[in-house]
Design a binder for this molecule. Structure first.
Ligand code: GLN
Length: 489
């Protein structure tokens, strides 16, 4: 009954139609259970209505999902890993506390790729997450359950985390809006660290307005996270309608010039690029100035290896506390080394172990200078280049992906040109801590595709404002997959 409604529509039900938040919660909970077997959005579905009723906000009584790598006291928080499969935290993450204080109602903890590493939604200890638009396809990850819960119309918003693209890629594959604000805008206190210098918390919603509405509530300085920014004291919703005439955007030739892919027979990618350029023309007609810029291809090809070097190194160090001794199921052994060895061998999947090996290698004393510090230097070169462009331009616009959501049996073409750059440029947003948003802009083969807009650090309001305009031009606001409609409650 309340399926697919956005925050504004649900607000209206509660404020003007006399529907109680509890009634909406009951119906949402039922829908979450009904769609769980097919899509697997949740690790835990909350069955008891709980809402704080002090000061009323835009989110009072609004249901949402929270990624399962975000700490919730007394609620299982697994990070979708066997090593934490029975872990119940004793403290609340700041983002959760803020949502609770705003009266938002938690419906479930959402599935992620184990420990937020990976981008397929297939590595959680509780099973794969399916794409609402086509069950044979991935939703992408790592914020897989958050994206699918929103794309299925179960909740109007969900919280995710993004270290390389984990909010913005599944947003593209799932036809929803994924927003990662400036680094430090939202406190990471209580987010299980993956790569601290790249980790961000952000939102998945069905329109840009709702992204602004949620971030307005969860942003702000936090004494528990020394990397948080001073409050900007801005209300992002109120700047959504500012005039964008004359705002200047650039796109990168080396990523989206069709001529680069002349020999490719990847029809979907070519179609995406076509649609992208058509969209740019429409945006120009609405008053945006959009220009092509060129960036050294070598620098762009370094994005993925640089990301892997830095993120695996940081991940190895951050996750060194997962020994099975303090948290998670503990195995038998005659010494603590033996216990730890067993716990970590059994507790992590392939992908995680591979990344920890890579990370340990990169952090070894004799490799640090060449591998880790050089990666940090390349990161700096890339960020400097983008910041230089941001002196002239208000934002960077690119297709969020060169593909629609992959099928589960798709073999990846990891070394292709497209894989190196077109599929990995979203990490630029993490390297620089830039605010970055993906929103649906076209449908190809009945699957949604996202466009990505990245702006200057601290200009979250402008990014949302411009994205709001783009959304009007795409006409693809508030889409959600109605599959499973037969189960409608
Ligand atoms: N897909 C990227 C990875 O594999 C990004 C993950 C993320 O942003 N958490 O690490």
């Amino acid at each position: 009954m309340y399926r697919g409604l956005n925050i504004t529509q649900l607000r209206d039900k509660i404020d003007n139609e006399g529907i109680s938040p509890e009634e909406i919660f009951e119906s949402t909970n039922k829908l979450a259970h009904q769609l769980q077997d097919e899509y697997n959005s949740f690790v835990t579905i909350i069955d008891k209505f709980k809402m704080k009723t002090t000061n009323k906000t835009l989110l009072s009584g609004i249901c949402y999902g929270l990624k399962d790598n975000i700490s919730t006291s007394n609620i299982l928080t697994t990070s979708s890993s066997n090593i934490l499969k029975d872990y119940i935290p004793v403290y609340d993450a700041t983002v959760y506390k803020k949502l609770k204080n705003a009266g938002a109602v938690l419906v479930g903890k959402t599935v992620l790729d184990e420990l937020a590493m990976g981008g397929t939604g297939t590595t959680a200890h509780t099973g794969i997450v399916r794409n609402p638009w086509d069950k044979n396809r991935m939703i992408g990850g790592s914020s897989a359950g958050s994206a699918s819960a929103v794309a299925l119309g179960i909740v109007p918003f969900a919280i995710g985390s993004d270290t390389g693209d984990s909010i913005r890629k599944p947003a593209s594959f799932g036809g929803v809006v994924g927003f990662k604000p400036t680094y430090g805008r939202i406190s990471r206190y209580g987010l299980f660290a993956f790569a601290s210098s790249l980790d961000h918390i952000g939102t998945l919603t069905r329109n840009v307005h709702d992204a602004a509405a949620v971030v307005d509530i969860i942003k702000g300085l936090d004494p528990n996270d020394m990397t948080t920014l001073k409050d900007d004291n801005k209300n992002y919703v109120s700047s959504l309608e500012n005039d964008i005439k004359g705002k200047k955007l650039f796109y990168i030739k080396e990523i989206c010039d069709k001529k680069l892919y002349q020999d490719s027979n990847d029809e979907v990618m070519l179609k995406i690029l076509d649609e992208f350029h058509k969209m740019l023309d429409k945006l120009r007609n609405q008053g945006f100035i959009i220009e092509e810029v060129s960036i050294d291809k070598q620098l762009l090809e370094a994005l993925y290896p640089t990301y892997m070097s830095i993120s695996c190194a940081e991940a190895t160090s951050n996750n060194a506390n997962l020994t099975g001794i303090q948290f998670g199921p503990r195995n038998d052994g005659s010494s603590y080394q033996e216990i730890m060895m067993k716990d970590r061998t059994l507790g992590f999947s392939e992908l995680i172990k591979r990344r920890f090996i890579l990370g340990s290698f990169i952090l070894q004393k004799e490799n640090q200078e060449k591998l880790f510090l050089n990666a940090c230097r390349i990161r700096r070169l890339i960020v400097d280049k983008i910041n230089e462009l941001f002196k002239d331009y208000d934002g960077m616009i690119l297709p969020a992906s060169g593909s629609i959501a992959p099928k589960f049996d798709d073999s990846s073409e990891k070394l292709s040109e497209k894989y190196l750059i077109l599929e990995n440029h979203l990490v630029i947003g993490n390297f620089g801590g830039f605010p970055s948003i993906t929103l649906p802009f076209t449908m190809i083969e009945n699957m949604p595709v996202g466009i990505n807009l990245t702006g200057r650090v601290k200009e979250d309001d402008l990014v949302l404002n411009m994205a709001n305009y783009i959304e009007k031009v795409t006409g693809l606001s508030d889409i959600y997959s109605k599959v499973g409609d037969s189960n409608e409650v």
